[in-house]
Ligand binder design. Structure first.
Ligand code: THU
Length: 127
């Protein structure tokens, strides 16, 4: 796991806005260009509007002009480390099925694999 991504994901975890669930998530990814982008979960009083950390990181990447990434680190204080939800797996798959995903926590526990391992048979729009 890239230690720069670990540090960035932990900073993002701190910044998360999660007053309803109390569950902070931070994510940081390295674009193929080498740039680092990060995101945190952002909740809302209208609960269904919550945005996940991984999705926020991908939004930042796209807004920053990048289109694919080599690695993403997801930081939580859950044990075992929390894994990207189904929707986030599909969002990651859209850009980089081959990228490495590392879920890590405050205890140093890690779960790692490629995006395509987390989402077998991910959806692609073939026309
Ligand atoms: N959450 C994420 O940020 N990423 C995930 O992959 C799963 C869930 C957030 C959404 C919500 O703010 C909180 O965790 C509890 O579900």
């Amino acid at each position: 796991m890239d230690p720069v991504l670990f540090d960035a994901a932990k900073v993002a975890w701190k910044q998360a806005y999660a007053p309803y669930s109390g569950f902070h998530v931070g994510a940081a990814l390295r674009a193929a260009s080498g740039q680092v982008f990060f995101g945190a979960n952002v909740e809302n009083a209208s609960y269904g509007l919550a945005r996940c950390a991984e999705q926020s990181a991908v939004q930042a990447m796209v807004a920053g002009g990048a289109r694919d990434f080599t690695e993403i680190v997801v930081y939580t204080e859950a044990s075992p480390p929390a894994s990207p939800c189904g929707a986030c797996r599909q969002i990651l798959f859209e850009f980089s099925p081959e990228a490495r995903v590392t879920c890590v926590n405050h205890l140093g526990e890690q779960v790692s694999g490629q995006v395509k391992d987390f989402l077998p048979h991910g959806f692609r729009l073939e026309r």
